[in-house]
Write a protein that binds this ligand. Sequence first.
Ligand SMILES: C[S@@+](CC[C@H](N)C(=O)[O-])C[C@H]1O[C@@H](n2cnc3c(N)ncnc32)[C@H](O)[C@@H]1O
Length: 236
Amino acid sequence: MSFIIPDGDSKAEYVRQKFSGIAGRYDLFNDLITQGMHRYWKRFLVAKTGIQPGGKALDICCGTGDITSLLEKKAGREGVVTGLDFSNGMLAVAAQRNAANNVSFIRGDASVLPFASESLDTVTVGYGLRNLVSIDTCLGEVYRVLKKGGRFLSLDMGKVKLPVARQLFAFYFFRIVPRIGKLIYPGENMFDYFPESSVEFPSQEKLAGMMERQGFIDVRFYNFYLGCVAIHCGEK
Ligand SMILES: C[S@@+](CC[C@H](N)C(=O)[O-])C[C@H]1O[C@@H](n2cnc3c(N)ncnc32)[C@H](O)[C@@H]1O
């Protein structure tokens, strides 16, 4: 039987607890299932933010803080870079990894951003939107906190259009990925949640439309691996 994703608040609580539980080896899992490619996609995403030295950046659903630390490299010592997540386990790993960096991490909900309106140059999210109860609410918040001209970047799973590739990808994601996860954390059902959470996630075109409805302009997306993975970009 396939995995049933909990609804509403139960989904948020499930996601929060489960990510805390796998935080210690989350990066290893990501390296294994993407053959290290997530590192390249994250560098691509950060390059597209256009963040300059001294810039103000927020990485929501920051997890272990790898995108956060790439942002810090661009914003430098004069910059203000924050990672936000609601999982204590993930935040602990992120803080440890970034101990020597000029970043701060805060516990918070990506749907209620604790930042003043028009205060940030860029907001990023890696594999985060898929886990939210309401993507629209989060996009509205991101739009609010960005300065005019500020950019929002999201990296997440995409929909593959080519039929054969779609089947191959579904086999990999639904059959192989959970097995890899369970090798690292035996018995953990979180790894069945991963593929299921991508089923209802909007297509590249639909997510672009959702961003435009919040007011983002110049919205575009970049497909990788025939659209298995996509990076969306929009400007306020
Ligand atoms: C798949 S991980 C992504 C981590 C990292 N951004 C990356 O690209 O690898 C998703 C993260 O989103 C966080 N998250 C999910 N829903 C959230 C919410 N509503 N508010 C804040 N963080 C959330 C989880 O705790 C988890 O750390």
